[in-house]
Design a protein around this ligand. Structure first.
Ligand code: NAD
Length: 313
């Protein structure tokens, strides 16, 4: 209730121009997203704890800030793209953090994948500063980040969302308003849980077919014209040598790391526990990915789960 009331108090007054965009977290995703903002003509200030990635963006035309606080002072819209809950909380509320330098009405958009509850906590802290907050996690991976074709799942006040949309369009092709703060994260976690389940499912059945004597590639082609077809079977098959450009054909390098999928399944698990929701397949998928992590596959693409079944004696 308090949260909704605070949100209503922050309805935007008409259209705003974003002369200064700030970007925090220039890793696998953020580096390309920030470069797309530059390509679309935005004046950009960047910050990352890793100085070498900041230098890379300075060479591309951005201004480097020495802290998140400094970046915040000179930006009227800020995007954060950080690994986990703790990194995001620290970046917003820590010493020399974003909220120390927050200007009244600055819009903060967190595109990291984190717990919806954490997004709501940060939103409350942001509103206390007179600024605004949206959660805007993305799907599309590093390729979508590079090509500017990400999908943004946005949670927060609708007027704030409308103001921020044009900036997100520099980095993505589909920008969807999902509801209140946290609902972008809910959409993201639910999608990734289904993705993990479908990737495990495809891997499991193709391996069974293989063990029974059927060529895995033939099995996959049957799936793709039958009712078992899904993104994991058709676009991103875990079986090496079917599609040259996907990670399974490149020793599971690149793509979406097992460690990130495991993190997202853990977030879905906590959200389900909190809401007393049964997610039997999501829980099992989480445990399977935790086992993959313990077998040293954390840096490999999440489709490596096929190899787990294949090597299971
Ligand atoms: P990454 O680890 O490659 O990059 C994170 C960056 O944040 C690093 O450069 C790191 O130095 C920086 N950083 C960490 N703490 C910081 C702080 N306090 N202040 C400033 N900078 C800090 O991660 P990534 O792959 O770019 O993913 C970022 C987020 O996007 C994650 O939440 C991930 O789940 C999500 N995501 C990733 C993908 C993907 O395919 N990689 C796809 C969709 C969503």
């Amino acid at each position: 209730m308090v949260f909704r009331f605070l949100q209503r108090l922050t309805v935007m007054n008409g259209y705003r121009n974003f002369s200064n965009v700030g970007f925090v977290g220039l890793g696998n995703m953020g580096n390309s997203m920030a470069k797309n903002l530059l390509k679309k003509g935005h004046k950009l200030t960047v910050y990352d704890t890793n100085k070498s990635v900041v230098m890379n963006l300075i060479e591309a035309g951005a201004r480097g800030a020495s802290s998140a606080e400094e970046l915040s002072k000179e930006s009227n819209i800020v995007i954060t793209m950080l690994p986990t809950n703790d990194h995001v909380w620290d970046s917003y509320t820590g010493e020399k953090g974003l909220l120390r330098g927050a200007q009244k009405n600055t819009i903060f958009i967190d595109s990291s994948t984190i717990d919806p509850l954490m997004s709501q906590k940060i939103s409350i802290e942001t509103l206390k500063k007179g600024a605004k907050f949206l959660d805007g996690p993305v799907s599309g991976g590093v390729v979508g980040a590079r090509d500017g074709t990400l999908t943004f799942m946005v949670g927060g006040n609708e007027d704030v969302y409308k103001c921020a949309k044009s900036v997100l369009e520099a980095m993505g092709t589909r920008i969807v308003h999902c509801g209140d703060v946290g609902m972008g994260q809910v959409a993201k976690l639910c999608n990734n849980m289904l993705l993990a389940i479908s990737m495990i499912g495809v891997s499991e059945v193709v391996n069974l077919a293989d063990r029974l004597g059927l060529d895995p590639k033939v099995m996959l082609s049957i799936l793709n014209t039958s009712t078992g077809r899904c993104w994991s079977s058709e676009i991103y098959p875990p079986i090496p040598g079917v599609i040259d450009t996907v990670p399974s054909s490149n020793n599971y390098q690149g793509g979406f790391m097992t460690s990130l999928m495991t993190k997202d399944l853990g977030l879905a698990q906590s959200a389900a526990t909190r809401s007393n929701t049964a997610i039997p397949l999501g829980s099992l998928a989480h445990q399977i990915y935790r086992i993959l992590m313990s077998h040293g596959h954390e840096q490999k693409d999440f489709s490596v789960v096929y190899q787990y079944f294949k090597n299971f004696k």
